[in-house]
Design a protein around this ligand. Sequence first.
Ligand SMILES: [Zn+2]
Ligand SMILES: [Zn+2]
Length: 376
Amino acid sequence: MVLTYVHYKITQDSERGCEEQNVFSPNTYESEQRMTRLPKITHFRSSTGVDLYRLPTEVFSNGFVAYSYLVLGAGVPTLIDTGSGFGNSTQDLLNGIAAVRDDLGVPIDLQDIGRIIITHGHIDHFGGVADMLAVIGSATVGIHPLDKRILTNYAERVIVATKNLTIYLQRAGVREGRLQELLNMYGFSKRHFRSVKVDFTIEDEDTLDGMTFYHVPGHCSGQVAIQFGNVLLSADHILPFTSPHLAPESITHSTGVEHYLASLRKIAKVPNIEVTLGGHEEPMYALYERIETLQTRLGKKIERIMDIFHASDQPLTISDVSKRLYPEKRGFDVLLALQEAGAHIEYLYDRGYLGVVNLQEVEEQSNPVLFYTLLV
Ligand SMILES: [Zn+2]
Ligand SMILES: [Zn+2]
């Protein structure tokens, strides 16, 4: 999120073209059509003999799909991520688990699932956790400590994050009427989630029942990737077609460009990964090349922002840069674009490439718009 815990989609920088999906468009698919629209359940076996079943769920009514993983052979049967809890998502997940049993012949019942691990605190990954706990009966729930409060103190997180976001958007130069529209969109679906108890937390390099966890902050504060031998569950940290959405740390700590780049370097050092499975999109079979591509794309975006400043004879706000970087964005995408631009401007500011010029206003006013200029 940044929507730290809530991002609706990650089409921001899709390399196969931006799919302009409107989160708020009505679900126009009949259920049969919807089922055929879902990708197939796919089975992977790791070099360590762990079975992973990739279960698609429609997490938003625009057809956006996220993957949960049913993991067998690594301690108790474990469900990794739970969909959004919106619309068809939970039913898709239940159907997927039933299909693993009925269609693939794997002896697994819902009640056998003893553990749920949440890869990060975005609604399309954790939103279904309370519903799944209700049908499973009892299972332990684990998440990285930096995202734990999203599950345990959801209402508090929403209020605090919304306040941080409001301050951020004011400083970014978003005008008052527009700001309220964006906040309304942001708050659209936050109210549905009931907090749940977290039974264990996951730290960087923890190992558990044949799983090795890596804390990879950037896209989300508490993002983890999970290794099973030659298979890596990368969640939203690394995706095959999309550069994961980044938001500035000024809204939520341990997000942003600096953390994301460090987390890419961390995963680049994990050896012998042959299959990488994300929270969205297709399996990846060339992880290390993909990391290099993501690093290159991030560098290019930073260059584009520098070019935008070079081309301007006036100081610029984050909103100005966002409009020039993403002129085609509409609706909720405008909020994502403002965060994405802000994450990069924050990175450039922290590294001394940009400075704030309207210091007198900053000194005298409570939360003025910040105007940036190039220092190099
Ligand atoms: Zn996601
Ligand atoms: Zn995410």
